[in-house]
Write a protein that binds this ligand. Structure first.
Ligand code: MG
Length: 396
């Protein structure tokens, strides 16, 4: 499978300005809301289905503290960390070199100490990469700027002046070549990657990341990050509940697909896609909670491109719509109604599969099954029905 979007998180710094007696570790490993700063940063990228791969560059000697920091993240998109170099520029090049074997189309380079990037900003970056080779997230300068000159002050015109943040996102081949060229020409003074892109004469578009996307630099910044991250999770108090219902009939075949799991059976389910009645019900429940149409609105059965496709595509898209609104799915409750096949032994696999598709913990997913006491179409073994209830939180 070709990789579209890779994320390179730079965590090699020592963060000396943020160190105090209380926070003696590099700032990316200091705990905020019970997790390391870098844990929050990695999680924010994993929350987007557009993120295909994440590589973290760490300092020599930080291996143990890094492993501690990412405990509990079980996502195969997170690669093993690699060691960086002396400077930020060298660390980024080490990361790009390590990534080059998998040849991604695009790369987002991000500071580990910026854990508060919003999903909205991230979605804008991913969206811009289809039309631009270089994208910079920043925020317009709002304070009046002064320059000290030999004991007196000068005011600097702040029109069109921006603070550069990260992610800074690029066409992979472009930025990799520019980094290598800088080494050949012995230029090591770049403080960010857009600096290299500018040096190469590349047009760069600017996306406003907001002041919340600040870099933790000073000791008091930990408290600010905590307030923002805590506020966001509390703010998801626009609680929505959606329901979904779907039915597919049996036809000759040798297995049914339920919840993304193939179950051997003497018949299959009939449908335009893979007829995964369970994932269809969950998809409709997510879309229902968002008040954003239904599965047929977004993936019309009349469109030949959805013929025979695996239904996780539909659910991944619905989950993306939740994340694009900075929302979170809280709980999924699925009930499958059929006389056959027997569901019970496949429940753990289905829970696991749905958890992977939705990027959700398994203890937030319930899979139940019932017969209909031989009554009605399910009772006559003509097909399978599924009902789903999804609870999600959106920002107020
Ligand atoms: Mg269906």
């Amino acid at each position: 499978m070709s990789i579209r979007n890779a994320v390179l998180i730079v965590a090699g710094g020592q963060g000396l300005r943020a160190r105090t007696d209380v926070h003696s570790n590099p700032k990316q490993y200091v705990q905020v809301l019970g997790k390391a700063v870098i844990w929050h940063t990695i999680k924010l990228f994993l929350a987007s289905s557009k993120t295909d791969v994440i590589l973290v560059v760490i300092a020599d000697g930080d291996e143990n503290i890094y492993d501690q920091a990412i405990l509990g993240i079980n996502d195969k998109r997170l690669m093993g960390a690699i060691q960086g170099g002396e400077s930020r520029q060298q660390s980024v090049l080490a990361g790009l070199t390590a990534m080059s074997a998998s040849n991604p189309d695009c790369v987002l380079i991000h500071d580990a100490a910026r854990p508060c990037l919003t999903q909205q900003s991230l979605a804008k970056v991913y969206g811009s990469l289809s039309t631009h080779k270089a994208v910079l997230v920043g925020t317009p300068v709002s304070d009046t700027l002064k320059k000290t000159v030999a004991g007196s002050l000068e005011t600097i015109d702040r029109t069109n002046i921006w603070n550069a943040q990260t992610p800074q996102a690029f066409d992979f081949k472009f930025i990799f070549e520019v980094h290598k060229k800088a080494v050949l020409e012995n230029i090591t003074s770049f403080t960010d990657d857009c600096g290299l892109a500018e040096w190469a004469g590349q047009n760069i578009i600017m996306i406003d990341g907001g002041s919340g996307n600040f870099k933790i630099t000073n000791p008091e910044d930990f408290e600010l990050a905590e307030c923002i991250l805590k506020g966001r999770s509390i703010m998801l108090n626009d609680v929505r509940v959606g329901t979904g219902y779907d039915v597919h009939a049996f036809e000759p075949g040798d297995s049914v697909i339920l919840g993304g799991v193939s179950i051997p059976h003497n018949r299959k389910l009939k449908g335009h896609s893979d007829a995964d009645v369970a994932l269809h019900a969950i998809t409709d429940a997510v879309l229902g909670a968002l008040a954003d149409g239904d599965i047929g609105t977004h993936f019309p059965p009349s469109d030949p491109q959805w013929e025979g496709v695996s239904s996780d595509r539909f659910l991944i898209d619905a989950v993306r719509r939740v994340h694009d609104k900075d929302g979170k799915i809280r709980h999924i409750d699925l009930t499958i109604v059929c006389e056959e096949p027997k569901i019970a032994i496949h429940r753990p696999a289905m829970k696991k599969s749905i958890a992977t598709i939705c990027n959700l913990e398994e203890d937030r997913i319930s899979v139940k099954a019932t017969t209909s006491e031989r009554l009605g179409f399910t009772g006559r073994r003509e097909g399978i029905a599924a009902l789903a209830t999804v609870t999600l939180g959106l920002p107020e």
